[in-house]
Write a protein that binds this ligand. Structure first.
Ligand code: C2E
Ligand code: CA
Ligand code: CA
Length: 823
């Protein structure tokens, strides 16, 4: 900003000393004991030229009036009269005189005031010193000394210089017909020089036609001419590369006054606002806060909402609100402050009638001269849908769209909470599909999936209201029945369900039949928490499957007891393996022809610290189930080989293999390693397997058997005659030995069919060159029969039960030469 340039007049410096001189004179005239000095002593005589500057004021009935004035003072007052009342004086003089006089009287002291007066367009500052005195003739007399302080300002210049706006005065030069032709700059301020970016000398007194700056353009000159011709004002904007100037033109006769304002930043702000608004990808609009009319809408809003711009601009905000929200939204908007942000999503209606879900951000401001709101809209409809989808997915099964385990647990928890509180029963049914695995294995997973979808449909059609059907995984489903269900009704429901699920399915032109087993648990008797109830329903399901499938069972406490025992056993078993509580006992196999021990079968024993010896029949199935059989079986193999290598070289060792061991990919490797580490010749190792090895993964298991046999190890088929007893197994693999199950041996003497079977197997063995071994031989009678039927080998308590490794030597001594019970 230009500093105001004061135009000071040089004055006699002595005058500045008059104020202290007068103060001293007043003080000197003050006599002790008096409050004011006498008039005569201060203001009469010896004042010399100072008398010219005096205004003498006399108190008349409480009001002051001017009684006499000096020549200088008359000039200042603009009035040469004596004896005039204060209110007849010029206001600027009266104001300062009143201030000085009243202060001086009130304090009984001289008082100095300053006066600013405008004289001929100049601002002048005066000192006014009021000297209070008392007169012998009565009353108070105040002498006011007036003098100009010595600085003055040109008011117009001050205004001109201090404004940032450029001011240029031009005089019009007319042609002979009187029309304005050209213009000459007759006055300008500093700001004009700056704004027009010209040197001062090329502006003042120059004609526009001879100059070269922004005002010389045809457009500006044209508008100036028009203003002069019509004696009018005009306002317009001009621009160069980087600035925008607004010109205000006023013509008075031949003089044109031009005010130039820099509106560059204003224009830029306007341009960036337009850019931000018009090309914003977010829908935006402005609406009138009072009438609710849309005042402006951007392209994105037009596109997003589907209303043509003209339509939009004729609408009111309420028209995009759904009918049922009018009251609430109006209130919310009325309560909105200068800046608002919707806390909850709002619903808006598009031109096609569809609803969207939006968040809005608004700001109150003046738009196109109207109080209103500028609003930005975020459409969160898709996000909302996605969130809902994700929420649904988190609680539903992708294939069947039934509730998943999580939702099932949650709903069961809720149902129980309500049921427990109201003393009502809640039933949970665990459903397992029978034979589903077969469908999956033989028809493929795609077909399995179709089947599960149809199962889900049937479940859904039977489960209504507050009840819930869920898929817990694989072919496991569950149903929650609320509504104070009785055991009878739960039972009927389960039976119906099984019937429905067991009806044939039509899938891709194939007819498929499966069945279902159901376990039921009822609150509160079978449990009050969802975990407990589910666990018990699951146990009941297990029982239903054990009891032959296609049926339903209720949970019973006994099941719980068994399950608990099983859990304890499992923990115990794992611990036992870690603590090396297992050992191998050996039972001799005796060759009938030579009456000599041909080998020993290694049989696993668990020496439990508290329960004593535990039979493998009790823990092998569990070890298989929990996956402990692989490490346990490996240990058996190594231990048996390590033991057998100490025996005479013609004595073999037989080791039992569980079908579960075939699932481990390392079985062959484990056998090779056991042989290598012990140094046992492969031909001395017999591996006993049961028919169940052929029930699943037949091809892979056969391959493993062949690999084992290639090692030189022999393979025996154990427990023959139980299980499926399919002779086809004998054809599918070249077994070295068949072990006839002891159930046939037991009844040899009493049941003729047992004898026939033993005879048949022995005959088959002979013709296929397979050794036949009879298990469980307890009597000489049985031994005689077996010998007669053509069996090659026997094993049983008649000779010895399985004994610890340390006793093998003794057994060999006893049965080394002649194996006979008669020993
Ligand atoms: P298995 O392979 O049929 O073993 C023969 C079973 O019959 C043994 O029972 C044995 O003690 C018993 N036994 C032998 N002679 C007679 C007899 O004259 N009369 C009667 N009543 N029984 C006799 P154990 O030792 O209790 O083994 C039971 C089953 O446990 C075995 O049946 C076998 O399938 C399994 N097993 C034993 N050890 C192992 C092993 O190390 N691994 C695997 N996978 N299974 C094993
Ligand atoms: Ca065996
Ligand atoms: Ca057996």
């Amino acid at each position: 900003m230009n500093a105001a340039k004061g135009q000071s007049t040089k004055l006699d410096a002595k005058l500045f000393d008059d104020v202290p001189v007068l103060r001293r004179k007043w003080q000197a005239a003050l006599k002790p004991g008096e409050t004011l000095p006498r008039y005569e002593n201060v203001l009469l005589g010896s004042l010399g030229r100072l008398a010219d500057h005096l205004v003498l004021l006399k108190c008349d009935n409480g009001a002051f009036a001017v009684s006499r004035t000096g020549r200088y003072a008359q000039n200042w007052l603009g009035d040469a009269r004596w004896n005039i009342p204060m209110d007849a004086l010029r206001p600027d003089c009266a104001t300062v005189l009143s201030e000085a006089v009243s202060n001086a009287i009130a304090n009984n002291r001289p008082y100095l005031a300053a006066a600013h007066c405008v004289r001929a367009g100049m601002v002048r500052t005066y000192d006014v010193l009021a000297l209070p005195t008392f007169s012998r003739w009565g009353g108070t007399l105040v002498g006011a000394y007036v003098n100009e302080r010595g600085t003055e300002f040109n008011l117009i210049d001050a205004i001109f210089c201090t404004t940032d706006d450029g001011v240029v005065s031009l005089s019009a030069l007319r042609d002979p017909t009187g029309r304005p032709l050209d213009f000459q700059v007759v006055h300008h301020n500093q700001a004009a020089v700056k704004l027009l970016d010209v040197a001062e000398h090329s502006l003042l007194w120059q004609r526009l036609s001879n100059s070269d700056h922004l005002l010389c353009s045809q457009e500006v000159v044209g508008r100036l001419r028009a203003a002069v011709t019509n004696d009018q004002s005009d306002q317009f904007e001009i621009e160069d590369d980087n600035r925008s100037l607004r010109l205000g033109v006023s013509a008075f006769g031949n003089i044109v006054s031009l005010v130039i304002s820099d509106v560059t930043s204003l224009k830029r702000r306007d341009a960036s606002f337009r850019l931000l608004f018009d090309s914003n990808p977010m829908p935006m609009w402005a609406f009138d806060a009072e009438t609710m009319d849309f005042v402006r809408v951007n392209d994105a809003a037009v596109q997003h909402y589907g209303y043509a711009r003209e339509t939009f601009l004729r609408m009111k905000v309420q028209e995009i609100w759904p009918k049922d929200e009018q009251v609430g939204y109006t209130r919310a908007l009325r309560d909105a402050g200068d800046i608002y942000q919707s806390e909850h999503p709002w619903r808006h209606v598009k031109a096609d009638g569809s609803e969207i879900c939006v968040l809005t951000f608004g700001r109150r401001l003046i738009i196109e001269g109207r109080e209103g709101y500028l609003v930005v809209v975020f459409d969160i409809t898709e996000r909302r849908k996605a969130e809902a989808r994700i929420a649904h997915m988190a609680l539903h099964d992708g294939l069947t769209n039934l509730a998943n385990r999580a939702l099932h647990r949650e709903r069961l928890g809720d149902a129980l909470e309500n049921g427990n509180a109201a003393g009502k029963h809640v039933a949970v049914l665990c459903i397992d599909l029978d034979l589903f695995k077969n469908v999956n294995d033989s028809f493929g997973h795609a077909m399995g999936d179709h089947l599960l979808e149809q199962v889900a449909d049937r479940l859904r059609s039977r489960v209504a209201g507050n009840n819930l059907a869920a898929r817990l995984g694989g072919d496991e489903f569950a149903v929650i029945l609320t509504d104070d269900i009785s055991p009878n009704r739960a039972s009927d429901f389960a039976a119906e369900l099984i019937r429905s699920l067991s009806a044939p399915y039509e899938i891709d032109g194939n007819q498929v039949v499966i069945g279902a087993s159901v376990g039921i648990a009822l609150s509160p008797g079978d449990g009050t928490s969802s975990e407990e109830l589910m666990r018990n329903a699951d146990m009941a399901l297990y029982r239903a499957k054990e009891d032959g499938r296609g049926t339903h069972r209720f949970f019973e406490r006994e099941m719980d007891y068994q399950a608990q025992r099983r859990r304890e056993l499992e923990l115990d078993l794992r611990r036992a393996f870690a603590d090396s509580e297992f050992e191998l006992h050996y039972q001799p196999l005796v060759d009938i022809a030579s009456d000599k021990i041909s080998g020993f079968e290694a049989l696993l024993r668990w020496r439990h610290p508290e329960k004593g010896m535990i039979s493998p029949a009790e823990f092998i199935p569990l070890a298989e189930e929990i996956g402990l059989i692989a490490p346990l079986g490996e240990w058996v193999l190594r231990d048996a080989c390590n033991e057998a290598v100490k025996w005479p070289s013609e004595i073999k060792v037989a080791v039992n293999l569980s079908p579960a061991q075939f699932r481990s990919l390392h079985l062959v490797q484990v056998v090779i390693s056991a042989l290598a580490n012990s140094g046992l010749a492969p031909k001395r190792l017999e591996l006993e397997i049961t028919e169940s090895v052929f029930l699943a993964e037949t091809e892979a298991n056969l391959a493993i058997l062949h690999q084992l046999r290639e090692l030189g190890v022999s393979i025996s088929l154990d427990d023959f005659g139980t299980g499926y007893s399919s002779l086809s197994y004998l054809r599918s693999f070249p077994f070295d030995k068949i072990k006839i199950d002891r159930s046939f041996v037991k009844d040899l003497a009493i049941r003729s069919d047992c004898g026939a079977i033993v005879r048949a197997i022995s005959g088959l063995g002979r013709s296929l060159n397979i050794t036949t071994t009879a298990e469980g031989v307890e009597t000489t009678e049985q031994l005689d029969w077996l010998r007669a039927e053509g069996c090659n080998e026997v094993q049983g308590f008649l000779f010895s039960a399985a004994r610890p490794a340390a006793e093998v030597g003794q057994l060999l001594l006893r049965f080394g030469a002649r194996a006979s019970k008669a020993a």
